[in-house]
Design a protein around this ligand. Structure first.
Ligand code: IPE
Ligand code: IPE
Ligand code: MG
Length: 251
């Protein structure tokens, strides 16, 4: 769990890419005796504040989990509310995204999404495509397992042979091929699990879990996660201290 902020990171210690599981909207609403939808609505405002705060801190990519492949299991009225929120969010915040140099990308399975929702997403993508300050990728009807399968399917269709398929090649077909792998993964809401988010891309991400419910996530919580990230020692399987004399490799 995250401690409070001790020191803010140097620019070189700021993650290029942050991925966030925005969890806790329903509990936030319930604790205020409000319908779950209002938690999701408040969550959109938190997302907008967070992407602007990330841009201010020099983060280049923010990827957020907005609707999972498994969220269709929720009651129809909640799913419908989340779909309608897409239209509301795009109409309310597209101008703010453009004013602040935010490029919006949508990642996920579009096959089961209604035409008017897809149109809103297309509008958000095309209307912000030339922005360069930060890329906000919204994972919508996204699942990490879906992503691996769709990448394999597209690689096969592109004629990649089994012998030519390696990690770098498959990465080109993954839904987040426009971004480097996330350096920092944050989940709010107190659960300590991935819930089928970026399974392939988080192989070496630093994981941070916060009890804060997503609608209450603010700059203090973001800075606490950044400070925690700056304290981590990323080794990627290597060791820190190089040996004085490099001996020949014996397999
Ligand atoms: C996350 O908040 C948003 C979505 C999954 C769409 P939840 O709706 O899961 O909130 P809790 O976990 O029930 O509090
Ligand atoms: C993960 O949250 C999905 C999103 C935040 C969009 P969930 O609330 O759906 O995850 P579980 O069910 O607690 O694992
Ligand atoms: Mg949840």
């Amino acid at each position: 769990m995250l401690d409070s902020v001790s020191a803010l990171p140097n620019a070189s210690e700021v993650p290029r890419h942050i991925a966030i599981v925005m969890d806790g909207n329903g509990r936030w609403a319930k604790s205020r005796f409000k319908p779950r939808f209002l938690g999701h609505k408040q969550g959109v405002d938190t997302l907008v504040n967070t992407v602007l705060a990330c841009a201010d801190r020099g983060v280049e990519y923010l990827t957020v989990f907005a609707f999972s492949s498994e969220n269709w299991k929720r009651p129809n009225d909640e799913v419908s509310g989340l779909m309608s929120l897409v239209l509301l969010a795009v109409s309310k915040y597209l101008g703010v995204m453009n004013k602040n140099g935010v490029r919006v990308r949508i990642v996920g399975d579009r096959t089961d999404i209604a035409a008017h929702v897809k149109e809103a997403w297309d509008h958000a993508e095309s209307g912000t495509q030339h922005n360069t300050r930060i890329t906000l990728s919204v994972a919508f009807n996204y699942g990490g397992r879906w992503d691996v399968v769709q990448a394999c399917q597209r690689a096969i269709r592109a004629g990649i042979s089994a012998d030519d398929l390696d990690e770098a090649t498959l990465s080109r077909f993954m839904a987040l091929s426009h971004a480097p792998d996330p350096d920092l993964f944050i989940r709010t809401g107190g659960e300590v699990r991935i819930s089928n988010f970026l399974l392939w891309q988080t192989a070496y991400s630093e994981l941070c879990f916060s009890d804060c419910l997503w609608p209450e996530f603010g700059e203090a919580e973001l800075d606490a996660a950044l400070a925690e990230y700056a304290r981590r020692d990323r080794r990627f399987g290597a060791i820190k201290e190089p040996q004085a004399v490099e001996l020949p490799l014996v397999r």
